[in-house]
Ligand binder design. Structure first.
Ligand SMILES: CC(C)(COP(=O)(O)OP(=O)(O)OC[C@H]1O[C@@H](n2cnc3c(N)ncnc32)[C@H](O)[C@@H]1OP(=O)(O)O)[C@@H](O)C(=O)NCCC(=O)NCCS
Length: 183
């Protein structure tokens, strides 16, 4: 029996480029190994990749990932980064018009060869604990596959609809108030 070393921990700047590469790979975008960069080179969110990102682009995005409000988390197996997730420090207005700090889960994926071993569960647990340490008592996400997240305590909280109105045929009934009390 071979013993593997599993580590779940925040991503350091020196690992940020590998972290950026693992997410598209987990989501079925181009190959990560052995060499070519897999992160797409376009400005859009998730387009079909037009071309691999350059090392320079990856370094620039890696700097952005280390933003103080973005908390990247990763799973390492024998030192190799095989999965990632992240929490954004956000805020949400709750009933009573109170604004509460919130951890927003995003960018989640584990590469196909390392799934069903509890790596996502480990990353979620670590992110919840770190969010509490930062003073973020709530967590939320918008999932492309909602069935994954019920086991971690998430369920539908709201519905979203998109309406398009012709401005010439519409107007606000009442003035809009943006007044919220801070906690
Ligand atoms: C979803 C994903 C991150 C799960 O990672 P993982 O490390 O395999 O997850 P875990 O081993 O911690 O599994 C936790 C539980 O989630 C369940 N689960 C995993 N994928 C699931 C899915 N697509 N739908 C429903 N449940 C799922 C597993 O059944 C597992 O429980 P079990 O092993 O007790 O049955 C991984 O499958 C993945 O990267 N998928 C492709 C990218 C993706 O879908 N990302 C999420 C976008 S919202």
């Amino acid at each position: 029996m071979r013993i593997v070393k599993i580590e779940i921990r925040p991503v350091e700047r020196s690992e940020a480029v590998e972290y950026l590469k693992v997410l598209p790979y987990a989501n079925g975008l181009p190959n990560w190994e052995p060499a070519p960069a897999s992160w797409h080179g376009g400005p859009e969110a998730w387009p079909p990749p037009r071309k691999p990102a350059t090392e320079q682009q990856l370094e620039a995005w890696a700097d952005e990932v280390m933003d103080v409000h973005f908390h990247p988390q990763a799973a390492f197996v024998d030192g190799k980064l095989v999965g990632g997730s992240a929490m954004l420090s956000l805020a949400i207005t709750v009933p009573g018009m109170r604004v509460v700090p919130l951890g927003g889960v995003t960018a989640t994926g584990v590469i196909a060869t390392h799934r069903r071993r509890g790596l996502l569960r480990g990353m979620m647990q670590a992110m919840f604990e770190e969010a509490l340490d930062r003073g973020e008592p709530l967590a939320a996400l918008s999932a492309s596959e909602g069935g994954i997240y019920g086991r971690f305590g998430f369920s539908p909280a709201t519905m979203r609809a998109r309406w398009e109105l012709d401005r010439s045929d519409s107007r606000f009934i009442d003035p809009v108030s943006s007044t919220c009390r801070a906690p």
